[in-house]
Structures are given as structure tokens and as C-alpha cells.
Design a protein around this ligand. Structure first.
Ligand code: NIG
Ligand code: FE
Length: 400
């Protein structure tokens, strides 16, 4: 028997237009196997569906399943003492230069077994799923050895076997330079061979880097992107988080899916992103937690037509959070994005930041990944501070 599902009396936020929520009140969604086949007014439901048993949602809001398009979900250890140092005045860069920061997480991660990493990541993942998330991007970057990087990506793939969620993996070997090497030595000896090996094992959906004075130079990132292009893999970049390195423009030249953070991006960078169709991924949790004061140029992105996404950046150093709803709230209160932009940022634009075209909207043909909320107003998702009025979560057509 063909697997079918039908929901009626829904309030849909389809996010399928060029802007806005794409609201449809008194709406139905018909699902066949794992795909949406109808999404529109109840009274426009095709005749063959009229005899199918329906679940009434009593006006509840239905959005696409939420997509967290930038996370460092797999890691071990805590950086609470570093947090205390920063509260006393040390900067994120000071801590990194003193050998803490990313390195302390690398050490803790490399000392933890695969099972330990998996169970830590599952705890964080479960909190995300409880907020209606159906797709999560997961980066490597806390191994910094060939085997360490591959191991994190294998654990990431495992997550989708253990939970009803789509996982997109990103190779972030160019995250930090080990103390005993220079950047180019590390790229030659570890990062680029690791990238080739990970790609050969089918572990890589996209390739990322950290372009910063405390990370990799634009010339070094270019080397990583050249190998990604040779392997046919899309790229994205941690760009202009702490200073303007021209990273967004460089990423755009490689047709990057996204450039992320962007507090210090120049107008030149914004225009290059607009031309390339590169998504600006806003990470207000990291902005907040690092007590950054320079806000990314939201108005310039709007004017240039750069699509904006919003993500948690879930990681132990700059954003120890898992709540995509709190990230949405922060995007509105700290970055002056509208609740409409925040919702589009965790649905349609987040899908685009991951190069996924079959999720992120409620339209026929899309995978039926949906979140049903105990409210009818879509601004509710940004309004609550990390609260989750989730009623049900549907993954690939199945309620789970
Ligand atoms: O997105 N900036 C580089 N990477 C992470 C932080 C990683 C860490 O501090 O452990 C970020 O902010
Ligand atoms: Fe990050």
C-alpha cells in the first residue's frame, strides 16, 4: 500500500516566495511516501485525497523542518575556564594565542573514544530535534590529524543512522594550525591529504576553513579550495569573524555555498557574495558569547540581495548552545533581522547554504520534513527566548 499522510486545518508558512512567510490559513498538506504532493488551501485539495483520513491541526502553524546549517556538534571537553578568563578581559584571540581555545578542544576530542564522541553529540542533537530541527550540518575540525579528522566525519555520518535526521558533513581540517607546524606545512602534511582521504571515503559534503589572523591566510584557504574544486566538492568559509581578510570575496570566487559570521565583511565582499549567490550565514550566538560589538551588515545584504541564513554555530568555544530558536531570537534582537528573515534563515536559506534543493520549503516535490507548532503565529519562533512550542516533528513523511 502506498504510504500517505494528510493534515488539514493547518496554518502553513511555506517560505516559498522570494520574501516573507508565504502564509496560507485553513490549509492542507498531503504527503505520499516521503514527499509533499499538495500544500495549499483545504478547499483546493485534489479530489483523490478527499476520502483519505486526515489529521486536523486546529489552526496550528506548520513550517518546514528547521535546518541548523553551521555546527561543530562533535567535540569533547569544556571551555568554562576560558569563559572565566574572557569575562576578566582576555579576548578570544588572546586565549587562542596562549594555546587554549580550539587547541584545548582538539586535545579533549582526540582523547575521547568514538563512542564517547557519539554519545556527547547525540545529547546535543536530541536537544536540537526537540526544537523541530530535521537537518544539521556537522563540521570536523577538532582532530587536526588525518585520522582525527576522518574519525569526526565518520561519527557525524553515524548520527543519521541513530536518529531521524539528515546530517550534512563539512570537512574543516583548516580550522587551526597545530603549534609545532606552520600553516603551509600543516596543509601539506595533514589537511590536504586528509581531505582527499575523507572525500574518497564519501565522508565530505562540503569543505570549510577558518580564514583569520589566528587561523589560515587567504592564500592558504585558496590551496584548500583548489583541492575541493578538484574533488568536485562545494566550499564555504568562516569569513570576517574577527577581522576583514577578504575571505567572503575569496569564497565567492569559488562559488561558495556560504560565507559565515561576516561581522567585518566589506561592501566589496557583500557585492561579491551577491554576484556569486553565496548565502550569508549569521551566527548571533557567537557574536553574543564573544561580546562582539560590530554587527554584520544586514542592511547591505538586503540591498544587495544576499540570502541570509541563521545557525547556532554550536561549539564549546564561541557558541556553547544548541537552540536554533534562541539563535533566531538573537538574530532579531541583536542583528535587527525580521522574524520573517529569521524563519527563512533556518529553512529555505539554510537549505541553500547546504546546497540542498529538496528541503527548506513547503511545496509539492519537497521532502516532507516539517515542524508543527503549538501556535498559529510564525513570529512565535523568534519571540520566545529559546523556548520550543513544538507540537510535532515530521521527518521524511513520518511523525517522530
Ligand atoms: O565558528 N571560529 C572558528 N570556529 C568556531 C569556534 C571554534 C572554537 O572556538 O572552538 C566558530 O566560532
Ligand atoms: Fe563555526
Amino acid at each position: 500500500m502506498l504510504k500517505r499522510g494528510l493534515y488539514t486545518e493547518a496554518t502553513l508558512a511555506t517560505v516559498s516566495g522570494a520574501t516573507g512567510y508565504g502564509l496560507i490559513a485553513h490549509a492542507a498538506i498531503a504527503i505520499e511516501r516521503d514527499k509533499i504532493v499538495y500544500a495549499g488551501p483545504d478547499d483546493g485539495l485534489p479530489a483523490e485525497w478527499r476520502s483519505v483520513p486526515a489529521t486536523s491541526l486546529d489552526g496550528r502553524l506548520v513550517t518546514p523542518g528547521l535546518i541548523d546549517c553551521h555546527t561543530h556538534l562533535i567535540h569533547a571537553g569544556s571551555r568554562a575556564s576560558e569563559f572565566e578568563m574572557r569575562l576578566e578581559g582576555a579576548s578570544y584571540e588572546d586565549v587562542a594565542r596562549a594555546g587554549g581555545g580550539i587547541f584545548s578542544t582538539v586535545e579533549a576530542t582526540n582523547q575521547t573514544s568514538d563512542d564517547g564522541l557519539l554519545s556527547g553529540a547525540l545529547k546535543r542533537l536530541d536537544r536540537m530535534l526537540a526544537e523541530g530541527v530535521t537537518t544539521v550540518e556537522v563540521k570536523s575540525g577538532y582532530g587536526l590529524t588525518q585520522e582525527g579528522e576522518l574519525r569526526l566525519l565518520r561519527v557525524a555520518r553515524k548520527l543519521s543512522e541513530m536518529r531521524p535526521v539528515r546530517i550534512c558533513t563539512t570537512f574543516l581540517g583548516a580550522h587551526a594550525i597545530p603549534k609545532d607546524m606552520d600553516g603551509d606545512e600543516y596543509l601539506d602534511a595533514v589537511c590536504l591529504p586528509a581531505l582527499r582521504a575523507a572525500a574518497a571515503e564519501g565522508l565530505v559534503d562540503a569543505v570549510d576553513g577558518f580564514c583569520e589572523t589566528i587561523g589560515f591566510s587567504p592564500a592558504q584557504i585558496k590551496r584548500v579550495f583548489d583541492v575541493a574544486s578538484e574533488l568536485g566538492l562545494p566550499v564555504k568559509l568562516h569569513a570576517e569573524q574577527l577581522s576583514d581578510q577578504g575571505g567572503a570575496k575569496l569564497a565567492s570566487q569559488y562559488g561558495a555555498l556560504s560565507a559565515d559570521h561576516l561581522e567585518y565583511v566589506s561592501q566589496d565582499g557583500v557585492e561579491a557574495m551577491a554576484e556569486a549567490g553565496t548565502v550569508a550565514v549569521m551566527l548571533p550566538g557567537a557574536f553574543y558569547f564573544l561580546k562582539e560589538t560590530k554587527v554584520p551588515p544586514i542592511a547591505a545584504f538586503r540591498v544587495a540581495g544576499v540570502p541570509m541564513a541563521v545557525a547556532t554555530d554550536s561549539n564549546p568555544g564561541s557558541a556553547p548552545m544548541t537552540s536554533i530558536l534562541l539563535a533566531m531570537n538573537m538574530a532579531t534582537t541583536l542583528f535587527a533581522m525580521t522574524p520573517e528573515e529569521a524563519l527563512r534563515g533556518v529553512t529555505v536559506n539554510a537549505a541553500r547554504a547546504l546546497g540542498q534543493s529538496d528541503i527548506g520549503m513547503i511545496t509539492p516535490g519537497q521532502v516532507a520534513d516539517l515542524a508543527i507548532w503549538d501556535s498559529s503565529h510564525p513570529a512565535e519562533l523568534s519571540y520566545r527566548m529559546g523556548d520550543a512550542p513544538l507540537y510535532a516533528r515530521i521527518f521524511g513523511g513520518l511523525e517522530c
